[in-house]
Design a protein. Structure first.
Lengths: 422, 304
């Protein structure tokens, strides 16, 4: 224990002296990039290539990776910042932006990136990153939640594999036939997958489902606003799906990807890049996978929630901010992302100049859902977005596995969320 | 020069004892006492990540952290789940551990080998145990589902232990039992081996049956071992986090949210460190009261 204490004290004093010496530093500038993807299969090679290529093109800048698993990277960055060691870039998801902004870690992008670079992004997309008029993240690529479906299972059920459902009613009719199928090992085939497990990304997906029905979760001022038909209809639909045994209960997105890859799930909602997870389980999945736009429900037009992988930037002084700017412009570029979007992470570019890039235009998996990218709705950013998303998951579990009446479950949700979202 | 009266042996011994105790005292104060006090203080403040990064102190918020926990029903639910888990696991752990210890103590053939094998779950890291049991309980292709289907002649097709709010807590408890029974067995076996044979022989000659010998001689002689083993188990299960977080994340529908999960969720998911500290404070108080009551209720006697 004493040794640990001494080492800790030594580190603390050591760190202090290093900080003090920093302004006198000469030579290359080092930027710290927090990136969970380096620990995920399939992505490591791309990011290592980025580091090598960027450092070769910019000998005055060095990249130092900060890694942690997906679920821990936010805590890692925050803990480092608490100790006075702030990263320069976080590779993350759009839903992380309000948390970092609230923690005082995210800088407005126009503080770091040149105006002409930002101008090339679709204005609606940049607006999705805004908090009080300032954008706090810059997307690498975007996607709504798309509907992936298995063409082979559609054929087996006597359905046209080129005519996916457009509405929830059509989906239910098709699901009746699809749910009669068994896979080659005589396992049940689930007709439709919507994630409901207790993780924030499931809450985002549920929000997208509410948008499908024309409903909302938050109003424009960030206040909880769930007394609308679309909200209730979305959770009633979840209950119907559960009662009919169509939806795998309490599943994470990775569970749905697994079932879909193994031919035990006929349709499911996912971020477009979720297909990479499917492919990593079954390389043949590209032969039976097709995509479609999100379904229309109630009076809704099938709108969805914009999802994005993005960079969240931290302003650590002029030298590091300049290096960060170079890094961001190097990565969000057709040259770097073409193969990535074509082969690794199917998604839509966020920049106008990348709209016709080959990796997207000829992407067979995404073709069916191409129209959906323009039919997205903004979710108001609030600091407690993670909490809200987790409460949405609990609501979904209440109407499914707990068999609670939808009205009662929504009343409990409102009570619980009132203490979190002011 | 007058050096004054030399210190007597007793005073020197006291100084020496204090010198030896001082490092432990300093370390306990710095690493245990101060963090506990700091956590209790923060539980009354609005204190988030922003405060850590900016270095600004938290703001007194009129018990808002505690009020919010009670209003949302999160706290009563977590307390209920924690106590159910602790009682369920300890009860089965003790009964099964005692049965195994008695078998191993009866010089059954292969006992030494079985004793070595039996310890394997205990040495498996808790997160790995959780992943193993998640796989066993997997609702589509898990072993438990398969076995249920086989033994019910195909009638039980929908066995999803961790997805059902009525069974999820039992599922996590089973994983905890699998991991913890070996240690309990080992401790009880050590206790059993210290029960004097001559007393047992005397009781047998006096006509005492197996049950009478067990409850009137073996159990009282094992009192101190049982007390320590169960105390350790209470603490271990009261603070159980990795099994819950890995297997269910507190779901479904809050059915497996215990105080550890609630505290983590408040502090590191909601990023509300004040609220996380409030849960931790209540958690600590409940644990102190539980262990105190247990020690009060379980009196041991010197049997030597």
């Amino acid at each position: 224990m004493l040794l640990v204490a001494l080492v800790a004290l030594g580190c603390a004093f050591g760190a202090g002296s290093k900080e003090a010496a920093a302004p006198a530093q000469s030579g290359p500038v080092t930027i710290k990039v927090a990136n969970y993807a380096l620990l995920e299969s399939g992505y490591e090679q791309f990011w290592k290539g980025i580091k090598t290529g960027f450092e070769a093109a910019n000998p005055d800048v060095k990249i130092e990776w900060v890694t942690a698993p997906y679920g821990e990277i936010m805590n890692q960055v925050i803990n480092m910042a608490g100790g006075g060691d702030k990263v320069d870039v976080v590779f993350g998801e759009i839903g992380w932006v309000p948390g970092f902004e609230d923690a005082g870690l995210a800088a407005p992008i126009d503080e770091i990136l040149p105006a002409e670079f930002i101008k090339d992004f679709y204005p609606d997309v940049i607006d999705s990153f805004k908090i009080k008029g300032k954008a706090y993240g810059i997307p690498l690529y975007i996607s709504p939640y798309v509907l992936y479906y298995n063409k082979d299972l559609f054929k087996q059920a006597g359905l046209d594999p080129n005519q996916p459902p457009k509405t929830y009613d059509e989906m239910l009719a098709m699901a009746e036939k699809l749910s009669q199928l068994k896979d080659k090992n005589d396992n049940k085939v689930y007709a439709f997958g919507q994630t409901t497990a207790s993780v924030p990304v499931s809450g985002s997906s549920l929000t997208a489902m509410v948008f499908n029905f024309g409903g909302q979760v938050l109003d424009a001022n960030g206040k909880v606003s769930v007394d609308n038909e679309g909200f209730k209809q979305a959770f009633s639909m979840l209950q119907t799906l559960d009662q009919k045994g169509y939806n795998p209960q309490n599943a994470k997105l990775k569970d749905l990807r697994n079932l879909f890859a193994l031919g035990q799930l006929a349709m499911y909602y996912d971020q477009s890049w979720g297909f990479n997870g499917v492919k990593s389980i079954n390389a043949e999945a590209k032969n039976f996978t097709a995509s479609a736009s999100p379904l229309k429900g109630g009076k809704g037009s099938g709108q969805s929630l914009l999802q994005a992988h993005c960079f969240i930037l931290v302003n650590n002084g002029k030298a590091r901010a300049n290096a960060t700017s170079k890094f961001v412009q190097y990565v969000i570029n057709e040259k770097q992302l073409n193969d990535y979007l074509a082969n690794l992470t199917p998604a839509y570019p966020a920049k106008k100049s990348m709209a016709s890039m080959e990796g997207v235009a000829n992407n067979g998996v995404l073709k069916g859902a191409a129209a959906s990218a323009g039919n997205v709705k903004m979710q108001t950013f609030i600091p407690a977005l993670n909490d809200l998303n987790l409460e949405l998951c609990t609501l979904a579990q209440a109407v499914t596995v707990s068999h609670t009446n939808v009205d009662d479950a929504i009343a409990t949700f409102k009570k619980n969320v009132a203490t979190k979202v002011k | 020069m007058d050096m004054g009266k030399p210190l007597d042996k007793h005073t020197l011994d006291n100084w020496y004892s204090m010198g030896l105790t001082l490092p432990a005292l300093i370390i306990s104060t710095v690493f245990i006492l101060i963090p506990i006090v700091d956590s209790v203080v923060k539980s009354f403040l609005q204190y988030g990540v922003k405060n850590i990064i900016s270095g600004k102190p938290g703001v007194w918020n009129q018990f808002a952290n505690y009020r919010a926990l009670v209003q949302s029903n999160a706290l009563p639910n977590a307390i209920r789940n924690t106590f159910f888990f602790v009682v369920f696991v300890i009860l089965f752990q003790f009964v099964l551990g005692m049965i195994l210890a008695l078998i191993l103590n009866s010089n059954v053939k292969g006992a030494r080998f079985f004793r070595s094998i039996m310890m394997m779950p205990w040495v498996v890291p808790t997160v790995i145990s959780a992943l193993i049991w998640m796989w066993l309980f997997q609702p589509q292709y898990g072993l438990v589902k398969y076995l249920a289907s086989v033994f019910s002649f195909g009638k039980a097709t929908d066995v999803a232990v961790l997805n059902n709010p009525d069974t999820a807590l039992i599922g996590v408890s089973v994983a905890a039992l699998w991991k913890q029974i070996p240690l309990m067995t080992l401790l009880l076996l050590a206790g059993l081996q210290n029960v004097p044979d001559d007393i047992l022989e005397a009781a047998t000659i006096d006509g005492a049956g197996k049950a009478r010998r067990f409850f009137s001689i073996v159990m009282p002689y094992m009192g101190s071992v049982i007390k320590v083993a169960i105390s350790m188990s209470i603490i271990e299960n009261f603070k159980q986090f990795p099994l819950f977080w890995t297997m269910t994340g507190g779901g479904p529908d809050g059915a497996t949210t215990n105080l550890a999960v609630l505290s983590y969720r408040e502090a590191f998911v909601s990023m509300n460190l004040g609220s996380g500290a409030a849960v931790t404070t209540i958690w600590m108080l409940l644990m102190i009261v539980t262990v105190y009551l247990y020690n009060k209720a379980f009196k041991t006697y010197d049997m030597t």
